[in-house]
Design a protein around this ligand. Structure first.
Ligand SMILES: Cc1cc2nc3c(=O)[nH]c(=O)nc-3n(C[C@H](O)[C@H](O)[C@H](O)COP(=O)(O)OP(=O)(O)OC[C@H]3O[C@@H](n4cnc5c(N)ncnc54)[C@H](O)[C@@H]3O)c2cc1C
Length: 436
């Protein structure tokens, strides 16, 4: 050990993609001329909607531009938890009592949906219900976490404060001023989870295609849709766009509402058992309260998986890996000298009101997207709920919200992000000064 310099020979790919079972090759399969529903995008949203529709006897065709699970769903931090940017009380203040509560219940249901699917489909994805800690980066953030605890209690969600003097019981770091401990959340291997969901959709009878990009979606006079691809057109009674942070020109109305922001992760070599235990004695996951937040956990195979926003500028994996590695050693200096084996990034779909959105465009195209960084549970759930909805059931509570435009000239290239990033960085610097 000794040196804290990042080794340059890490793999530039997602740990989860590198260690998940390989899926059958579904490129080049003949496309149907028509389907009841065409789904665009194969992450947790699209694949769960496909599974649910197929189970209900709907003829569903799913199109993925790259390989199945290419997007955030096989690149994320694997932290399965409920919640939005806004807590229950803020949701009620913004949307009224009835809608605010319904929205929060939807995210709580999301967590249960993941557990149910893993059990129902016997998905082997190292799921463990270990809980998480939200860590106060500055002294003033302790008060904010206390507010968050009270707000969660309002919806019956258990969460307790951990004072600074007792932090070592939960984390091998002295970098934080206190924490909110939330027991009801878990961790999983995102790639193995995705592979299990894709197999379940396949078994249910969904028609899954990869390496087929939807180019345009057009509504005909008879109300049906034409989905154009480079390999021909498909006629559909309904279309669901499930492209989140990868939304492209196939859905221009949605692209004007979704802001793709990069999130990045590094993963260490497997760590000695005693060190892994020191870092996270209860095996929990962690988030801090910075704007350029870090999130991390020790994986089932004892790697430190450490993620963060790292940059709002166009960047490279080399640069974000170096930024994250510096951050990691500030939090856990005991990891100096341990190799980084993997570094990667992916797109998170943000929205102007920082809420996910489900609904139909004025043309009638259905959508579910805008996870704002928290989507393992919620997008799994929304995919399932949208499947039920398109098969004739009730729409999700989130469909009550209208999907705001980004209030700037914007066609999918977020030119304003560096400015937003500088503002966030300034706030983090001010918080850092108060750390003493
Ligand atoms: C680095 C990172 C870490 C994260 N960590 C966490 C975490 O720990 N916990 C958590 O809850 N959430 C986390 N998230 C968020 C979570 O991963 C996402 O919310 C979730 O995976 C989104 O699923 P999705 O199906 O909506 O979109 P995605 O999985 O992104 O899938 C969208 C798909 O659409 C495809 N596509 C786009 N355009 C077209 C087209 N025209 N035709 C065909 N296909 C198209 C793309 O290729 C892509 O595969 C993280 C995200 C990232 C990037």
């Amino acid at each position: 050990m000794g040196t804290s310099t990042l080794n340059p020979d890490f793999e530039r790919r997602s740990l989860w993609q590198a260690t998940m079972p390989s899926l059958p090759d579904r490129s080049g399969r003949p496309l149907p001329d028509s389907a009841d529903v065409v789904i665009v995008g194969s992450g947790y949203t699209g694949i769960n909607a496909a599974r649910e529709l197929a189970r209900r006897g709907v003829a569903v065709t799913l199109l993925e531009a790259e390989h199945l699970g290419f997007g955030a769903s096989t690149r994320n931090g694997g932290i399965v938890h409920a919640g939005y940017k806004w807590g229950p009380r803020e949701l009620i203040a913004r949307y009224g009592d009835d809608t605010g509560r319904a929205l929060y219940r939807e995210t709580l249901d999301g967590y249960q949906t993941v557990k149910r699917l893993i059990a129902e489909e016997a998905i082997d994805c190292a799921f463990r219900e270990v809980g998480h800690l939200e860590l106060a980066y500055a002294p003033a953030h302790v008060r904010e976490l206390e507010h968050a605890r009270d707000s969660l209690a309002f919806m019956g969600v258990e969460a307790t404060m951990l004072q600074r003097g007792r932090m070592r019981e939960e984390i091998g770091s002295g970098a934080y001023f206190g924490a909110l401990v939330v027991p009801e959340s878990g961790l999983l291997h995102p790639g193995r989870y995705f592979a299990g969901l894709a197999a379940a959709a396949d078994r249910a009878g969904a028609d899954l295609h990869e390496r087929v990009r939807a180019r345009t979606i057009r509504r005909q006079a008879d109300g049906r849709f034409v989905v154009e691809t480079e390999r021909g057109a498909i006629l559909a009674s309904d279309v669901l766009v499930a492209t989140n942070g990868y939304t492209d020109g196939a859905a221009p109305t949605l692209r004007r509402r979704i802001i793709p922001i990069g999130s990045y992760i590094i993963a260490s070599e497997p760590l000695p058992e005693a060190l892994a235990h020191e870092l996270s004695p209860s095996g929990r996951s962690f988030f801090d309260t910075k704007n350029f937040l870090y999130y991390w956990h020790v994986s089932a195979d004892r790697r430190m998986v450490f993620g963060g926003r790292a940059s709002f500028l166009p960047t490279s994996i080399e640069r974000t890996a170096a930024i994250l590695h510096r951050g990691l050693l500030e939090v856990h200096p005991q990891l100096a000298g341990h190799r980084i084996d993997y570094a990667w990034g992916g797109n998170v779909g943000f929205t102007f009101d920082r809420m996910p959105h489900v609904g139909r465009t004025p043309d009638g195209v259905a959508y579910a997207m805008g996870c704002c960084g928290t989507g393992v549970a919620l997008m799994t759930h929304l995919g399932t709920k949208v499947g039920e909805w398109l098969a004739g059931g009730e729409p999700p509570a989130l469909s009550r919200l209208s999907f705001p435009l980004v209030p700037a000239p914007y066609e999918g290239r977020p030119w304003f992000l560096p400015l937003v990033g500088e503002w966030f960085r300034l706030q983090d610097r001010l918080a850092a000064r108060s750390r003493g």
